[in-house]
Design a protein around this ligand. Structure first.
Ligand code: NAP
Length: 296
């Protein structure tokens, strides 16, 4: 029996592992794929204290190395079932069933689709949800990014360095992304912002050839020729597995200030949690707090 099983290997889960190990707890991290989470797919990070600018994968690799060096055990397995009640909680994967006194849920969020016809068919044929993973396929081509949050603006900046032209399509006339990112994007000569607009049609059968964009105020439509569409319209908490845990209507897990959920010994940290700020720094802080208040 472990003192704690951490489900999820993003910055929140990795930091919880560091703090739990330093408190001499036995720790199993079930990462369900490579560790690093969404942060590892972020092209660059400029707001994590101690690094002027660092790649997401580089940052999360270092945090994982810290956790490994302190003795956390990692398994690249996906949790398919949990039993959260009682003193012995379990997490089941295809490979095994693990038991612990505490479980920390650090499962992050999953990417939201844009929801336009043919989107699914064109995934991998021009439609992408990850600029870092796929941007390179569109070198010297025109692409568009849809969304107005930090992910969309970060993606637009990254793609501006690779692509001939980046159309940034946003449904409003102001961004929710941080002002520093917005200012930087607006200085890029090859980024054109298409405000107050939504994508109505994806043009292309075998591959994406363009998008039709409608102005939400005037109804006017325009066609834009692009070979790539990067969807960055937010994400949804990965909380469906934890049915007995209390969530908001949007699925974010509700915790107290010690990251405890409504079930004793079950904690939630990082982006899956109902939190006012989703940043790497706050995810790490959540992990540190949860690991400090584990049940004995
Ligand atoms: P987000 O902040 O929820 O932004 C989603 C954006 O997509 C919004 O601008 C929203 O428009 C737009 N949108 C939503 N549904 C849409 C639809 N159906 N059609 C068109 N547009 C749609 O999501 P995110 O940018 O992925 O960020 C997620 C969290 O991670 C945030 O808390 C963010 O701050 C954080 N993050 C931080 C950084 C960083 O600090 N460097 C980087 C990445 C992510 P409206 O604005 O009109 O609602």
């Amino acid at each position: 029996m472990y003192d704690v099983i951490i489900i999820g290997g993003g910055p929140a889960g990795l930091t919880a592992a560091i703090y739990a190990r330093r408190a001499e707890k036995s720790v199993l991290v079930l990462t369900g794929g490579a560790a690093g989470g969404a942060a590892a797919l972020t092209p660059f990070i400029e707001n994590f204290p101690s690094h002027l600018r660092i790649g997401g994968a580089e940052l999360t690799d270092v945090i994982k190395t810290q956790a490994v060096n302190f003795g956390a055990e990692f398994r690249d397995e996906t949790v398919t079932d949990v039993c959260l009640r009682g003193g012995e909680k379990t997490a089941t994967t295809a490979e095994d069933c693990y038991v612990a006194r505490n479980i920390i849920i650090a499962t992050g969020t999953k990417i939201r689709d844009l929801g336009v016809p043919n989107e699914e068919k064109l995934v991998g044929k021009g439609v992408s949800y990850c600029a870092v993973c796929d941007g390179n396929f569109f070198r010297r081509r025109a692409v568009c990014v849809v969304g107005g949050g930090n992910t969309a603006l970060t993606d637009a900046l990254y793609l501006a360095g690779l692509c001939s032209k980046v159309y940034l399509i946003h449904r409003r006339n102001e961004f929710r992304a941080s002002p520093a990112l917005v200012s930087e994007v607006l200085t890029k000569p090859n980024v054109e912002v298409v405000y107050n607009s939504k994508i109505t049609t994806l043009v292309g059968i075998e591959r994406l050839e363009g998008v039709t964009v409608q102005n939400v105020e005037t109804g006017a439509e325009q066609s834009i020729e692009v070979k790539g569409l990067f969807v960055a319209v937010g994400s949804v908490p990965n909380s469906e597995l934890f049915k007995s845990v209390e969530t908001t209507n949007g699925g974010a897990i509700i915790t107290n200030s010690q990251m405890q959920t409504n079930i004793p010994g079950i904690f939630a940290i990082g982006d899956v949690r109902d939190t006012p700020l989703r940043q790497i720094i706050t995810a790490c802080a959540d992990g540190a707090v949860a690991a400090t208040f584990l049940l004995k």
